[in-house]
Design a protein around this ligand. Structure first.
Ligand SMILES: *[C@@H]1O[C@H](CO)[C@@H](O)[C@H](O)[C@H]1NC(C)=O
Ligand SMILES: *[C@@H]1O[C@H](CO)[C@@H](O)[C@H](O)[C@H]1NC(C)=O
Ligand SMILES: *[C@@H]1O[C@H](CO)[C@@H](O)[C@H](O)[C@H]1NC(C)=O
Length: 398
């Protein structure tokens, strides 16, 4: 067991050494599940993956405490059920005091999303309350002197567009204009980004016969050319982003940045969910990570690298809806990867070494080696420490 013990210590201690050359991608850490590892373990997993941008759907104090003094930057969320209450300045202030202030000195919190996909929902009261709630939360930040370091925004479904093709003809749905225009005015004033959740998978699933799988998965293809701008698009995600830029421009807001608050691809689905396979998910997310590593912008904004939060870190077993909804994760709850996207990492066991039993030792080794095998092909992120594993611990698997 001595090798195992030293390997385990090596992994625990080498966290700082391993986080080199991380891809600047964010990840959505959703928790609609009853089998996820502890936030402390997740902090270790993300550090081993060199992922330092995390988006939450709430402001879970256990998560924020687990990440104190890490180099992770957070987007926090105020759930739709709490949005209307935020219109009251006292509620907004107390939310910031309780969920942000205790952590802000030792944790980077740089954005708060007020609600998720509110405008494309069917609660008209909530839609009207959205902007006043955002303004109130922003005012609370101002009064506490935090507005310069924390953006305020909200995330939208792509359903807010009436038209998304060709990208240059992107436009907002007429019935949302009354909400979107003042919202953009506010985002422009406070210099915060416009967030969209964009899923080429939905477009493919809706008409697998007419949408090219190569085009949605970033595989080599001749692309489609926008007849107005003559710009060529070789993937659907970039076309979606540019259609949002065009829609904003059409209502006078070329001055707001677009970020992708969610995108991803499910590894499993129901019989009628064409394309939901592990192979396609690996291709979509793997190619997306490569594009991000290249700092690519979209054809309309070639110099602005796309800012992306992948959905999601884990499969979430309690999400309602079709099977795909529970299978967007890059990782199973036990920390093993669902497929190889070229990220290497491990789920540390948070127990003191004197308590380690032989069984725990071996299962740690098993997880670490299986991760190493699955992930070792990816060449973008070669990290010294891992060759130690390769040579000394994990038997050759050629
Ligand atoms: C958010 O809403 C839930 C459900 O209505 C409620 O239990 C909770 O107290 C609210 N949280 C805040 C911070 O207002
Ligand atoms: C909103 O629509 C969903 C189905 O899309 C439905 O289940 C829900 O009851 C509706 N809510 C309201 C307030 O109409
Ligand atoms: C806030 O959003 C703007 C516009 O997207 C961005 O340039 C800025 O870096 C963001 N601020 C923080 C603290 O992340």
């Amino acid at each position: 067991m001595e090798v195992v013990e030293s390997l385990f210590l090596f992994l625990l201690l080498s966290g700082q050494v391993l986080h080199t050359m991380g891809v600047s991608v964010g990840i959505n850490y959703g928790q609609i599940a009853n089998n996820l590892p502890s936030p402390a373990q997740v902090a270790g997993l993300l550090q081993s993956l060199s992922i330092s941008k995390v988006k939450l759907y709430d402001a879970d104090p256990i998560v924020l405490s687990a990440f104190l003094n890490s180099n992770v930057e957070f987007i926090l969320g105020i759930g739709n059920e709490n949005v209307s209450a935020m219109m009251d300045p006292l509620n907004a202030q107390s939310w910031i005091r309780q969920h942000v202030q205790p952590y802000i000195l030792n944790t980077r919190i740089n954005c708060i999303t007020v609600g998720n996909e509110v405008l494309s929902g069917n609660d008209t009261v909530l839609k009207s309350n959205l902007l006043p709630a955002m303004q109130s939360v922003h005012q609370a930040l101002v009064s506490l002197g935090l507005d310069k370091q924390i953006n305020i925004t909200t995330a939208h479904s792509l359903d807010i567009l009436a038209n998304s093709f060709p990208p240059s003809a992107g436009s907002f749905r007429q019935d949302y204009a009354q909400y979107v225009r003042p919202l953009l005015g506010f985002l422009s004033t406070i210099r915060s980004p416009f967030l969209i959740n964009a899923y080429p998978f939905f477009a493919y699933k809706a008409s697998p016969g007419s949408v090219s799988l190569d085009y949605v998965l970033f595989r080599p293809n001749s692309g489609v050319t926008d007849p107005n701008t003559k710009l060529n698009y070789d993937n659907m995600l970039y076309a979606m982003i540019d259609s949002v830029y065009a829609a904003m421009q059409a209502v006078g807001h070329a001055d707001v940045d677009v970020s992708i608050s969610e995108t991803g691809w499910p590894s499993r689905g129901d019989d009628d969910e064409e394309g939901a396979t592990a192979e396609n998910a690996a291709t979509y997310n793997g190619n997306l990570l490569r594009r991000i590593a290249m700092n690519q912008g979209t054809p309309m904004k070639p110099l602005t690298p796309v800012d992306v939060y992948v959905f999601a870190l884990f499969n979430e077993n309690l999400k309602p809806g079709p099977t795909s909804e529970r299978n967007y994760g890059l990782f199973y709850p036990d920390g093993t990867p669902v497929y190889n996207v070229g990220l290497r990492g491990y789920l540390p066991m948070i127990i003191s070494s004197s308590e380690l039993t032989v069984t725990e030792h071996s299962s740690a080794l098993l997880i670490i080696c299986s991760l190493f095998y699955t992930l070792s092909e990816f060449s973008l992120l070669r990290i010294q420490g891992w060759s130690y594993l390769d040579h000394y611990v994990c038997p050759r698997q050629k």
